[in-house]
Write a protein of this length. Sequence first.
Length: 402
Amino acid sequence: MRLLACDRLRSQIIFPLADPRGRVRGFAGRTMGGDAGDRRPKYINSPESELFHKGRTLFAADLARGPAAKAQSVVAAEGYTDVIAMHQAGVRNAVGIMGTALTEDQITELARLAPEVKLALDADSAGKEAMLRAARVAAGRKPPLRLRVVGLPPGDDPADLVQREGGEAIARLVEVAVPFARFRVLRRLDAGDLASAEGRDRVLAQLREDFSLLAPSAEREELARIAASRLDLSPELLESLLAAAPTRVAPAGPLGDAGAAQRPPAQLGRRDPTERSFLALCIALPDLGGPALAELDPDADLTSDIARRAVGHLRAHLRSPADGLDELYDTELVALIRELSVRATAMTSASRRDFEIERLQLSLARLEREIAAARAHGTAIEELAGRRGELRMRLDHLMEQV
């Protein structure tokens, strides 16, 4: 059968598209150059036929079939060169979806290869939509298809990462891929403006969609606890806000906050809720909090000046935080210490695991800042990324114990 006319293959790299049994069903061509007036598309595929359906095809499925069955997972990337780069890096259970328009048929094919899919897609809007579509379809499958996300650096795809940092970098990220729900929720919290009420309202609106895909489970409860901590809310209040219908936030009028009646009925906290939650846990669990505060580097580990000042006070008065407050002229610090003490009193069920989860999140936040600074200065991030991967693995292990 004539799959592609010869003139359509001119000046192109050709990728054979085979079914999982290795039978070639079509071809894809990538244009590498040409005349200035050449207006051909960058990629040209075989025409749809009885033999070839792009929406049902996964690039390199025949090569990944065995490794995916052995690993019980398959890695889904976007493009042909991404898959080739990962195979060369030793990630031989990788396949390509040939664009970000992930179809239900492709998700079915992924499920046939392995019960777990690790999505190594670009972090742009099209890649995010493909991930969300995969999550919706996977949630409706029986048995459910487990989805995890490979945390690619912003703006990178697997081929870029391998070229810049070597094969070990992508292999390490694939190894520490996180559950889809956790990735989405933490990405919302990290990217959102948690310093203002309006910003937290926007994050809450985004979280409603993410939590709507989660059935009642230990994973959902743990993510709700993390989100509540970051938003400085009680888990009960967070659940009520997530269940509430979205409300339109009106802009403030000339006489004040004219839209207050339309906002969620809660004060959504102050800045740096993760740091405050960690300090409250130090008070609630002083046997763990004392050594942790002694090891803490306030300038590097904390972003809030008031939290740094609180560390100085708690190092001397951890078991009795109220001691010495009457002698302080720092009214802001006095208010914070009292707030932390009240929160600690309510943490009657706090455990060593809760403390370690909060401490790891604090360390991860510091590493993310260091990685961002390194990128801004054009310095290598491989060592920092490796440490981040190790911390994420430890955090995932703790979460799986819940």
